[in-house]
Design a protein around this ligand. Structure first.
Ligand SMILES: [Zn+2]
Length: 423
């Protein structure tokens, strides 16, 4: 399983890896539908062709475009505070939504249950939590609990001092939804319950929605057969930061892996499909449409999806193996052979594009940095702190070396082992 050609040495010497990372950060947060995203997609299309020597195949991805025009809170004492509407939040009624705020702390299911009688007709306030730890309660789950209990609005407070928090509301197509926004911890502190009762505030969110289209970018690097290893990363992000860890890191890493493996893949059994998705922050829409477009026969020919999302910001790498326990010994054997640490975390976490492959029963995992490490820079993901200074060159190099070793081994491994991944 040890690579016979020194692509790992090539990655160690790859100066373009960090240049691509910085260039993607420099486009801004790459929120889908903005010029920042469009410029980044053009850049990745060009860089992908240069990395692989293959012309880019571009699949159109229609989606419901959304943009926030204005957002603010008016606090109980009449002062204004900033807020950041969650992606695809519905607007508030003309003049704003005035209601009392129920602070549910972290927003666990137990807190929702205990306060069930308090929630209807009020705005629910919960806390954003570290995403990359076991037991995390996803923002979408809290939003769904708030809606189910009759809340008229949803606020989520960040943990970074004076920082707002971004994210998707998870609202689906045709879903009426409730207005939802991220706020700073200081604003949340001013919305606590007092002896006089729940505080009253006004939330104002103006948005527009209209049909939009982005792309999935594919580069097919042929091996000896039409069995595939799909190496993916999402390009889009949020507009309150540079979306540096999430996910300029994964895109730059995927490009570096492609550069290193492009000269080798023709001699391997399986082919590599390099895939760049957008609207990942739109409830994983880009990859969902791609996987839905594949026939059963095409799905059967994908050996594995290697999804790179937030692979730097910490030197510790974890594979989220989406329930595919049979894949774990393979991943660990590759990591051991090249002397890199890797941990496997098995539950299916629907927090990136690998989930759509896994849900279609295609073996899939997400490589992520800083999992179960609350002190790592990954705590800044979705906050204004997700900027390029949180990422060290050595972290990108290490992620690219491990991703390349896994991808190369997956291209060459015996068919009988690959069959075991699907069990
Ligand atoms: Zn991501």
């Amino acid at each position: 399983m040890t690579p016979s050609i020194d692509f790992r040495g090539q990655i160690a010497a790859d100066l373009e890896l960090f240049r691509d990372f910085e260039a993607l950060c420099a486009f801004g947060g790459r929120l889908a539908g903005t010029s920042s995203e469009a410029q980044a997609m053009d850049y990745v299309a060009t860089r992908g062709s240069e990395a692989t020597g293959i012309k880019c195949r571009s699949l159109p991805v229609p989606y419901t475009g959304w943009r926030s025009l204005h957002a603010e809170l008016t606090l109980p004492d009449g002062t204004k505070a900033r807020c950041h509407p969650l992606v695809r939040s519905v607007p508030t009624p003309e003049g704003g939504l005035s209601a009392e705020v129920v602070d549910l702390g972290r927003g666990t299911p137990e807190e929702f249950e205990a306060h069930r009688a308090d929630i209807a007709g009020r705005i629910v306030l919960v806390r954003h939590e570290l995403m990359f730890v076991a037991g995390t309660i996803h923002r979408r789950r809290k939003y769904d609990l708030a809606r189910a209990a009759g809340a008229v609005g949803f606020l989520i407070a960040g943990s970074v001092p004076s920082g707002l928090v971004a994210g998707s509301s998870g609202r689906g197509e045709g879903d009426p939804g409730i207005p939802a926004a991220g706020i700073s911890p200081e604003t949340a502190a001013r919305l606590g319950r007092t002896a006089a009762g729940w505080p009253r505030m006004t939330l104002r969110i103006d948005t527009i929605e209209k049909p939009a289209e982005t792309r999935t970018l594919l580069f097919d690097m042929p091996g000896e057969t039409d069995e595939w290893v799909v190496l993916s990363a999402h390009v889009d992000g949020h507009d309150i930061n540079e979306s540096a860890m999430d996910n300029a890191s994964g895109v730059a890493t995927a490009l570096s892996v492609a550069r290193a493996l492009a000269p080798l893949v023709a001699g391997w059994r399986r082919s590599i499909r390099l895939a760049f998705f957008s609207v990942e922050e739109w409830a994983l829409t880009g990859s969902a449409r791609y996987v839905a477009s594949l026939s059963e026969a095409e799905r059967a020919k994908i050996a594995v999806n290697v999804n790179l999302d937030s692979v730097a910001g910490s030197s510790r790498l974890t594979a989220l193996t989406s329930g595919f326990s049979g894949l774990e010994p393979f991943l660990l054997s590759v990591a051991e052979a090249v002397g890199q640490d890797l941990r496997c975390v098995r539950p299916l976490l629907t927090n990136s594009d690998h989930a759509n492959f896994a849900l279609a029963r295609i073996p899939a995992f997400r490589l992520v940095a800083g999992y179960d490490d609350p002190a790592s820079h990954l705590r800044f993901v979705l906050t204004p702190g997700d900027t390029r200074d949180k990422v060290a060159k050595a972290e990108l190099t290490s992620a690219a070396q491990l991703a390349a070793s896994i991808t190369a081994a997956a291209c060459r491994v015996e068919a009988v082992e690959v069959r075991g991944w699907r069990l």
